[in-house]
Design a protein around this ligand. Sequence first.
Ligand code: SAM
Length: 258
Amino acid sequence: MPKKTPPLGQHFLRNREILERIVKVSEITSSDKVVEVGPGMGDLTEILLNNAKEVIAIEIDPNLYKILNERFYGRENLKIYNQDALNFPYEELGEFKVVSNIPYYITKPIIFRLIEVRALKSMTLTIQKEVAERLTAKPSTKAYSALSIIAQYYTEAEIKFYIPAKFFSPPPKVDSAVVKMDKRISVPVNVLDEKVFFRVVKAAFGQRRKMISNSLKSIIEEPKDFLIKIGIDPMKRPEELSIKDFAYLTNELCKICK
Ligand code: SAM
């Protein structure tokens, strides 16, 4: 019989040593408000409660929500919510950090949801190794993608350590990594219009094997002429362009679109 994939990405990490290490690299202090997405049975929550001022735990599964309420009955610095973390009103929290072992089916949407929240200070996330490598990838590498550029525009991202699948119960199909993303105080490049910037980046990597002049056809009529005019080699592939190149390309595009 093939193994059933657990619902809601429920792969539990119960190794105390690894959980302590996650909290250590998150650098949370006793003055921090910490959000945990998907607390599960509460093993990471327990360590967070011992290290933070306040923990906000958001668990979608009503059975786990009940277990958490029983386990942490009377703990005043913990608020548990039974809801989808993708729909949580993070904007109402004030300054906060995130420390979570993410359910992998929402890794990308939850990162995109949180990354733009102004009051977010940092995220320490256990996620699929492959996604962690994309978040931190540099140009001209296989893992460099639209996700790398968007993540690195908002944060400084670093892989802290890897966790083999066997440490989870049940083990997921892939190994994991703990990535820390510190929100930048100011963005690393100036772009005239962020919406255009993200559109350009996504269009370019939407067809990553193609030359940049081809992949920009959905955005501009004569991309080859335009690229030559602004001094970017139209034969380049998107992974050869840095975040600075994409910002420059966006700004030149904004000038002619006005
Ligand atoms: N933090 C626990 C641990 O380390 O063992 C559990 C991690 S497990 C990978 C993911 C947890 O997220 C599960 O408890 C699951 O029920 C919960 N979950 C799944 N989808 C969710 C969502 N959309 N919003 C909030 N919690 C979710």
